[in-house]
Write a protein that binds this ligand. Structure first.
Ligand SMILES: [Zn+2]
Length: 375
């Protein structure tokens, strides 16, 4: 079999977890791998074992002093003096843990592997990537190393001059936006919960258009609570039209955070995994293949199902309707206390694909897109 696509992944993430009670402590990449194997949706030949990014690669974006502090914090598993104030390391949000440096290096190396695979003609998905909040010298929003920016820098070094970054995560990509604000080479497009009510609060407004030394390319589409499949796809289609009228990308990097799904405890959107899959299909139909990264997503079972669908689509498989017994066992074995408290979501364990969560497009969503046109 000649694989059409690759999944960059590793079971090493099992030992590289965030601290207890942190929203990102849940199994994600290893759960996806276990689930795909149990469902017979991947063969070993399609899996590429993740590698760690080198220091040189981390420095494609980050400040050396920041990386040294991360290394020191990792070595002692403590918060070095001044690290909290200077680099935002050691807070509840960005705690010291094995995930902090070793996990981030593995996720970043994997994003570069996905980019290399893409350049060799085999598209690839790195579910551990998409840590879009990290700044050059600061941790932010659970992110320590900004692998999307490092991936874009890697592609720029390979000679690409017009790069598009698309972010479907429910949260605005403040770290990526800041890295390219004012750039004429990288267009940053993000659809997200409005910062009026959601993290990162200070960034992600429509008015942030990227004015800088050149004309700048930046498009934020902040959306209201409760966005359904129809609204999300409508906004995405509109945004893609807007971008492609102004910018002809040679390559794109896509962040596929799953926290826009209804089940996600950290966001207010109401997407089904079918809507999420349709968004992926829409982007690929308009732009061809890109470099695919993961992102946020805090409901482990919803996340594993959604990324399994992305993998099926990418590898040319038809996704099965039912979850088989082996797959169900994998999902039921997830330890996640919040699952005990939530409403009846037994559908998550029976079927792989959700029913559509479509609906009408509310006035306020249309209004936002009308306003974009005016700017
Ligand atoms: Zn998010």
């Amino acid at each position: 079999m000649n694989p059409k696509a690759k999944l960059i992944a590793s079971f090493k993430y099992k030992k590289l977890r965030y601290t207890k009670n942190h929203p990102l402590r849940i199994p994600r990449v290893s759960l996806l791998l276990d689930f795909l194997l149990a469902m017979n949706l991947i063969s070993p030949k399609e899996i590429v074992e993740s590698r760690e990014a080198t220091r040189e690669e981390l420095l494609l974006f980050h400040e050396p002093g920041y990386i040294d502090t991360l290394i020191e914090a990792d070595r002692c598993q403590c918060v070095p003096k001044g690290a909290r104030q200077r680099h935002n390391i050691g807070s509840y949000e960005n705690p010291v843990s094995p995930a902090m440096y070793k996990g981030s290096c593995l996720a970043t190396g994997s994003s570069l592997q996905a980019a290399e695979s893409f350049l060799s003609g085999v598209p690839a998905f790195n579910p551990a990537g998409g840590m879009h909040h990290a700044f050059r010298d600061k941790a932010n929003g659970f992110c320590f190393i900004n692998d999307p920016v490092i991936t874009l820098e890697f592609l720029r070094k390979r000679g690409f001059k017009r790069l598009l970054y698309i972010d479907l995560d429910a949260h605005h990509c403040d770290g990526v936006q800041e890295a390219y604000y004012g750039s004429d080479e990288v267009f940053v497009l993000s659809l997200h919960q409005s910062p009026d009510y959601a993290f990162p609060f200070k960034r992600g407004f429509m008015e942030e258009r990227g004015e800088g030394r050149g004309r700048g390319f930046n498009l934020n589409v902040p959306l209201p609570k409760g966005v359904n499949d129809t609204e999300f796809l409508y906004a995405l289609e509109f945004s893609l039209d807007y971008v492609l009228e102004r910018f002809k990308p040679e390559v794109y990097v896509l962040q596929l955070g799953t926290d826009a799904l209804l089940e996600d405890p950290l966001s207010k959107f109401k997407l089904s995994n079918l809507g999420f899959l349709e968004a992926f299909r829409l982007i690929r139909s308009r732009l061809g293949e890109g470099v695919y990264l993961g992102g946020g997503g805090y409901h482990p079972v919803a996340l594993a199902r959604a990324w399994a669908l992305i993998w099926c689509e990418l590898s040319g498989r038809e996704a099965p309707v039912e979850i088989n017994e082996e797959g169900r066992k994998v999902l039921e074995a997830v330890e996640y206390e919040e699952l005990d408290e939530e409403e009846d979501r037994s559908y998550l364990y029976r079927k792989l694909l959700d029913e559509s969560r479509g609906g009408h497009i509310r006035k306020e969503v249309k209004e936002i897109l009308r306003n974009l046109r005016k700017i």
